[in-house]
Design a protein around this ligand. Sequence first.
Ligand code: DGT
Ligand code: CA
Ligand code: CA
Length: 573
Amino acid sequence: MVQNADVASLFDQIADLLEIRGDNPFRVRAYRNAARTVGEWPQNLSEILARTGALPRMPGIGADLDGKIREILTTGHLATLDTLREAFPPHLTDLLEIPGLGPRKVKTFYEELGIHDVAGLSRALRDHRIAALPGFGAKSEERIAKSVASRLAKVRRYRLADAARQALPLLDALRSVRGVRDAVVAGSFRRMRETVGDLDFLVTSEDPGPVVERLVGYGEVDRILASGPTKASVVLRTGLQVDLRVLPQISFGAALVYFTGSKPHNIALRRLAQEKGLKINEYGVFRGKERIAGSSEESVYRALGLAPIPPELREDRGEIQAAARGPLPELVALSDLRGDLHARAPGTGVINGVAGLARAARDRGFAYLAITGSGGKSSGRGRPDPDRLRAKKKDLDPIQATIPDVALLLALEVEIRADGSLGLPDEALSDFDLVVGAVEDHFDLSREAQTARVLRAIEHPRLNILAHPTGRLLGEREPADLDMLRILRKAREHQVALEIDARPDRLDLPDLYCRMAKDEGVLLAPSAVAQDPEDFDNLAFGVGQARRGWIEKNNVLTTRPLEEVRRFLEKRT
Ligand code: DGT
Ligand code: CA
Ligand code: CA
């Protein structure tokens, strides 16, 4: 369901682009005002439209904007914006978020120096090309450089897997303190967001002092920001901040809800409590002075008339309305997975490498594992050699013999070229159990061209899985500009599954697209893309994205038995 904030964001983007283009200021202002009105509107417009067939009358929203809001609510996008975007590079508007940079300066940077994203601006600053621009000079260049640096520092977020590597030993350390009953990492970490800003530890104990001492004395601590009787904040050597709260068992549930967040979810809960004449805070749920819930999370949600809500869903994306109607979907769990369709045989020592991966798969209770030979550009120098890949099939036989409980499939990973053709001739694709296609370059094509490229690849009769569909690299590369709805519909039509690449820097397919995939009936395939046995540990984070996308067991291809997977791969129904 489209949220009011999504509508507001599209209107803001129009205003940004119109401003960069130097459009009529009144028109820009109309979009800005509409963005604010819609963003602050107390009811979900999408729901109102669905229920009543009309939008409420809103100040400053005339017939034209009313039509545009309907267009967004019903189609998920806005043709006016799509047309406008075609005229600009996709990340140009990121520059507007840098303090001190308005549309006029961004326009100058773009037109004079071809700067179209923050990275480009950083390079220009380093080479002192900004100071050389008419009307700028060394002083203003320095000011801009400071803004860029502070913005980059402020938005520094840590990948979920990296945060986990730091959180888990600390969690163990806190759990081992005498008197500690429960210890969890709440916040965005518990919600399995793809990146976290900091770690929020909650510990229950009747004796908080030693818990706080353990944290501030922890070996990885670089500096102590604050330390009190029941709470502390520290920064680890990596720069990651840790917030700790120690509390009595009786309010553990309420504190878990409060500090797991998200903030929008909490705000919505508080509003719901008010409607019911209740009060909710980190200590419990109260009717007047009487405390009616708080020791467990379940008690808190029940007291508000809600089914318990899994942490991954707590983003105010419709979970509260759904929990008021009845139980939430049973989300897919790591233990539901029966295999992985994308593991990588290292170039040399194939036998040892594959055997290690197969044993790791067996230890996880997997029934199948696809080993991927790379046939595209990523195979390195020279032309792809289908014969060499075919030879790998024989390599698998002796390994299969020693590890009979995991069926080893042979997959081919093939590049999707810029025009959407596959990087190997059709004959080469037929000898494999499955074909995994991936975009590996030209991430900056226009939305239209990028979408057409992927659509064409999906139409290829041999393609089974679209790997890391958006190409995002967390903190490094934005997702490619794609019309995901069209891609999902095409994937459904051609029996292609979308991968959730669980590698720490990808987590691609992102949560919102997972949810779209579910709505469109497209199957997902979480994959560790393992090269080493321990890489399979990352599957937990891939499943986290799926859970954030409301994915259930039956939406996932690899929760199915081998025979069903084979039928899917052979494109029989
Ligand atoms: P992060 O750390 O940026 O990845 O995101 P979170 O969600 O972990 O946010 P954080 O660490 O600032 O706070 C943890 C939770 O505490 C947050 O999800 C909700 C709750 N919280 C923090 N500040 C407020 C607030 O002002 N109001 C309410 N209702 N909840 C808050
Ligand atoms: Ca946090
Ligand atoms: Ca925090």
